[in-house]
Design a protein around this ligand. Structure first.
Ligand code: CMP
Length: 157
């Protein structure tokens, strides 16, 4: 059964500063994913600590926090079929050196620690990360595309 997922995506400060918002968002829109929420924000100390809790204590953790707070990020909630894995394919491998050609990190980043974009790695992480940056009343899951309607109708047959 086809199921839709929500995932959390953030364009990191250098992506915002380099004018990549339109380019990056268009890749998800062209795929057919729905942007349910979008917010330009300065990451607070608490949000940074919550977001990167699993990396606390690692050598790169201080640089990670410094980078994510170095300017506003563009935080998004994206929804679609298999969205968590599919978005990560579009984003590319964590280390841009290994990212497949045509992915966002291959096209726009060079270094693992400064890799332009974040995308959740599981449905559980996505829901946890969405809650760090958004209230549910800021997320607009209020319309269906024709494709969604057709898929849902099909599964009722
Ligand atoms: P992101 O997908 O935002 O989630 C955690 C970030 O930590 C990751 O992107 C990288 O920027 C960074 N990261 C993960 N692993 C390493 C590592 N081994 N060395 C340096 N940075 C890392």
């Amino acid at each position: 059964m086809l199921s839709e997922e929500r995932t959390f995506v953030a364009i990191k400060p250098d992506g915002v500063q380099r004018g990549l918002i339109g380019e990056v968002v268009s890749r998800f829109e062209r795929k057919g994913f729905k942007v349910l929420a979008m917010k330009l924000l300065q990451v607070s100390d608490k949000q940074a600590a919550d977001h990167y809790a699993e990396h606390e204590g690692k050598p790169f953790y201080p640089r990670l926090v410094k980078y994510i707070q170095s300017g506003p990020i563009l935080a998004m909630v994206i929804k679609g079929y298999g969205a968590v894995d599919s978005v990560r394919h579009i984003v590319g491998a964590t280390n841009p050196v290994n990212a497949d050609v045509g992915t966002i990190r291959a096209d726009f980043a060079q270094v693992m620690e400064y890799n332009v974009i974040h995308a959740s790695d599981s449905v559980n992480s996505a829901e946890r990360e969405i809650a760090i940056y958004f209230n549910e009343d800021e997320i607009f899951d209020t319309w269906k595309t024709k494709t969604e309607e057709l898929i849902e109708e099909d599964e009722l047959l």
